[in-house]
Design a protein around this ligand. Sequence first.
Ligand code: GAP
Length: 458
Amino acid sequence: MYSKGDTLIFSLEDVPRRDESMSLSLMDKIVSLCKRRGFILPGSDIYGGLSNTWDYGPYGTELKNNVKRSWWRANVHLREDIYGMDAAILMHPRVWEASGHIKQFYDYKSDCKSCHRLFKVAELKNKQVCPDCGGRLTEARPFNLMFKTHQGPVEDKAGEIYLRPETAQGMFVNFLNILDTCHPKLPFGLAQIGKAFRNEVTPGNFTFRTREFEQMEIEYFVHPEDADKKLEEWIEQRYSWYVNLGIKKENLRKRPHGHDELAHYAKACTDIEYNFPFGWSELEGIANRTDFDLKQHAQYSGKDLTYFDNQSKRRFYPYIIEPSGGVDRTVLAFLVDSYREEEVRGRKRVVLGLHSDLAPIKVAVLPLLTNRGEIVELARQIAQDLKKNLVCVYDDTAAIGKLYRRQDEIGTLYCLTVDVQSLEDRKITVRDRDSMQQERVSIDKVREYLGDKLNLSN
Ligand code: GAP
């Protein structure tokens, strides 16, 4: 269990599905690297932590932003049919009646009468006693997953409001606004990245399941007769996105939902799953939501949410294909997948072999000697110059061997070393993260050299 201080909540997901001590220790190594290098840190740490909350530190924030930027680029900037948006987290309470969340967004929980641990009933798999201590379990009780709060200074029923449990609804309720402002033709989509909140019964597995998380969602509006085909296309496109950013194919699979697993709004859904150290688990779901959402919002708001098709002169509710992924899970998958250990001249080297679009730092400039002012000054100048084009850091806080190890662990693509000879021949040593090959490059050519090497799309 990777959440700290959470004594009451126990997730069966924390029990390894594969008996591979290797994998378990891999998860420990990822959590430890994240803390050691400032990728992901326990939330409210100095107060002993708030269970299952995590703060992204400097490198984690860069990585997360790069994941979101790559997603946005692939799904908004490189397409002509998708519009980006950023809707409010707080929405009219009627939205959640229309969406079905008030009635349907429940988990069933049961707790142990002896050790008081809380379980999600679906995860108990018909076990009648506590899987932990063998104690008697209470009857299953429904539990709405939405976070409730109050809007305004008076805490009464009229001010009750929810933190959104998915970003999707912000796009459905803007369907009409987008038709009026952008005049799109079917098929077209809306894309959004933002926070969502769910009062999960059993959060856990580090950042895999938390109560506050970020989603990357697309709502793609299509002719109803094209929905099945578009669903298949989106499954392939989303699968390729992960592969193109370096996730190994053997760690990725598509899993169609059985009828008994489908959400209340979905006619079909396929999950893209990643082979996490704790078992195959969902990264993203791609669903055919039919015309459920637009019809519901039309009924509850009284607004006409149909689409008029100029060609056929028909008015109808479009179907919606929804690729919906989690930012935090995706970041975790990239961390796990890119982690490797190697032996170099009898010593262990840890590398995050992240794709160049995702690596938090592209280049580090390191002076070989810090007691020579001219070397430090030159190294700082080079770093400052490179910062104009890419994410570059200057570091002189340790000896060169240690600096290389640090940069390898955070996935920095190139290390540039400035030495005594650089002062004479105006050349520096460029070290490649993956091959560890070193090359002397002229200082005035280094920007061009890196530009060619780094296929930087962000
Ligand atoms: N709009 C559809 C929807 O929200 P979902 O399968 O419930 O569908 C979509 O959520 C994605 O959001 C999941 O595939 C997962 O990546 C992410 N997600 C859901 N709950 C999460 C949680 N508690 N912690 C982290 N990520 C979560």
